[in-house]
Design a binder for this molecule. Structure first.
Ligand code: HEM
Length: 145
């Protein structure tokens, strides 16, 4: 189960990243309110929102079963344990919270402000996600897929 979840969580990052990127580019083109924000645009944002919540679910389960999550004081001195126990998990939680707030705010926002709201919140979330994904070159034991 552990190994299957890691593969799912690791591979699913690409779906999250691609959806986030497409949603941000789409919202960027409409952010000045000149072009209408359509039902399809809101649906695209919804699929992105859902993908991050699926990733959250995988991540939360991993948080309880991964040997890389430890709470002993000494764990904070270990680069890999600190990364997964605190840095990765906390930043991803903040990013997913921003996506949730942005999505809900955009739903309620007036027509001309929806794209800008999605653009701003999703872009900040994407930056946080990119800087704290365990990329292979970071030396914390992550893979590309
Ligand atoms: C958009 C959100 C997220 C992305 C893109 C993401 C991505 C990743 C990636 C690429 C790995 C490395 C997998 C590998 O070994 O190849 C990983 C590991 C991990 N993630 Fe996430 N993650 C996200 C959210 C979360 C959240 C919210 C939590 C927990 C609250 C979490 C907990 C973990 C843990 C504990 C591991 C280490 C698993 C292990 O190797 O034992 N992740 N994540």
């Amino acid at each position: 189960m552990y190994s299957g979840l890691i593969h799912a969580h690791s591979g699913f990052r690409w779906i999250v990243l691609v959806l986030l990127l497409i949603t941000i580019i789409n919202a960027f083109g409409k952010r000045n309110g000149a072009k209408p924000w359509t039902v399809q645009d809101q649906k695209l944002a919804l699929y992105t929102f859902i993908s991050t919540h699926i990733q959250l679910l995988f991540g939360l389960i991993l948080y309880f079963i991964s040997p890389k999550v430890q709470f002993a004081g000494a764990a904070m001195k270990d680069k890999i344990l600190r990364f997964f126990t605190v840095e990765h998990s906390l930043l991803m939680l903040i990013a997913i919270a921003l996506i949730t707030i942005g999505y809900l705010k955009a739903k309620k926002a007036p027509e001309g402000k929806k794209a800008k709201t999605i653009f701003t919140y999703f872009l900040i979330a994407l930056i946080l996600i990119i800087i704290r994904i365990p990329w292979p070159f970071m030396g914390v034991g992550g893979n590309w897929f």
